[in-house]
Design a binder for this molecule. Structure first.
Ligand SMILES: Cc1ncc(COP(=O)(O)O)c(C=O)c1O
Length: 411
């Protein structure tokens, strides 16, 4: 049966909204995706029937809230195929998850140790390691990019050294949409006993994962990009590694006993969840992942690749043979996600995005928190359209038409 995008769209109330009669074509899913009714209802139900603090009270609502919070953790564990729910640490997002690793696992590193990043990283997988470098004297090395906007795996063997302790790279580039060859990274890291962290912010929205089969050690992603609320994210880590890591933040619920002389800490994952966590957000995230896991993955993938192909063709059409529109990333559909960036010679991405917005097309224009990659491509920024399963051909055609008219004005 063909993928029923109209039915899926009907689950997202926001897609039916219009501004001044202009319908919404939401193509900024890489920044934040929209929430289906199932998630909105789960949050509403929680707040109206089970709102209380977790892991402390013994009254009915406190127990319901704790059950919902820990149930969400089990849902996340299922989605990523963790060995146990205890391997799931709730954070406020991908950024917080990576910072947690830098502040805990990273704190065990020192001068002479190397952390290997890539040219494709989002700033949130660069800056925490620079802060660690300032604190601990580690060295940062970088896997370069290819002209197609992928990790340059030919340089991998030179980049991984006996001093490499961690390889921290993106699973999918938020700029180019390229999917990382995780097997090659894991194999290279294994040769020197280094751990691997994947920034899964742009991969997690595209269906369930198997962190065990990937062979990595840490995995980070954000709730607001996986059809869930913001203010919640996930760090998955191998249990033995989490167990060996010191706490990051101190406070309530991360302790076992406290005296003024000495504090002992709770087991993972609570050791890393000091204070009142984002409870309704966790519940919403659990509902979002349960919703995403129910989609027909193969049908969604072929739908999204059909739209991505249509979008790439559209970019060629609006270029009209002038050679001004340049795709920043793979030009085809191989090993990529539905994230398409492009630069237009003579037109600023902010101006393009603003003109598109007037026609209801929400895209992102700018450096996408990936300035080192912008430098590599020699551009100040790009315009990026990033798709979700609820996008349809109408969205792509509206975008291509609006872009054509925008470039007519700007060039
Ligand atoms: C690849 C990648 N990493 C990290 C992040 C940061 O995510 P958050 O702002 O939710 O922490 C993003 C968000 O755009 C991203 O695309």
């Amino acid at each position: 049966m063909a993928f029923d995008v109209a039915r899926l769209r009907a689950e997202f109330p926001i897609l039916a909204t219009a501004a001044a009669g202009v319908p919404l074509h939401y193509l900024d899913n890489g920044a934040t995706s929209q929430m289906p009714r199932a998630v909105l209802d789960a949050i509403d139900r929680h707040e109206t029937t089970s709102r209380a603090n977790v892991l402390r009270g013994v009254h009915r609502l406190a127990e319901a809230a704790t059950a919902a919070y820990e149930g969400a953790r089990r849902e996340v564990a299922r989605y990523v195929n963790a060995a146990a729910p205890a391997e799931i640490v709730f954070t406020s997002g991908t950024t917080a998850a990576i910072n947690l690793v830098a502040r805990t696992f990273g704190e065990q590193l020192g001068a002479g140790d190397e952390v290997l990043l890539s040219r494709l990283e989002h700033h949130s997988n660069i800056v925490p390691w620079q802060l660690l470098r300032d604190r601990r004297g580690i060295a940062i090395k970088v896997i370069e990019a290819t002209p197609e906007g992928r990790l340059d795996l030919d340089s991998l063997d030179r980049s991984v050294t006996p001093r490499t302790r961690l390889v921290a790279v993106t699973h999918v580039s938020n700029v180019t949409g390229a999917i990382t060859d995780v097997g090659a990274i894991v194999a290279a890291a294994a040769k020197v006993g280094a751990k691997v962290l994947l920034d899964g912010a742009q991969r997690a929205p595209h269906g369930p994962l198997d962190v065990q089969a990937l062979g990595v050690d840490f995995y980070a992603f954000s709730g607001h990009k996986v059809y869930g609320p913001n203010g919640i994210g996930v760090l998955w880590g191998r249990r033995a590694l989490l167990d060996a890591m010191p706490p990051f933040m101190g406070g309530g619920e991360m302790i076992r006993t406290v005296t003024f002389e000495k504090t002992t800490y709770a087991d993972v994952p609570h050791r890393f969840e000091a204070g009142t966590p984002p409870i309704a957000q966790a519940v919403g995230l659990g509902a979002a992942l349960a919703w995403a896991a129910r989609l027909d993955g193969a049908a969604v993938e072929s739908h999204l690749m059909d739209l991505t192909g249509r979008l790439l063709d559209g970019l060629q059409t609006v270029d009209r043979g002038r050679g001004l529109v340049r795709v920043i990333g793979p030009s085809g559909l191989q090993a990529r996600m539905p994230v398409v960036s492009f630069a237009v010679e003579g037109a600023h991405p902010h101006d393009i995005s603003q003109l598109l917005d007037r026609e209801g097309c929400a895209v992102r224009g700018g450096h996408h928190c990936a300035q080192p990659l912008m430098d590599f491509f020699g551009v100040a920024g790009t315009t990026r359209a990033s798709l979700a399963p609820y996008n349809d051909r109408g969205d792509i055609d509206a975008f291509v038409g609006a872009l054509d008219r925008a470039l007519e004005k700007l060039l």
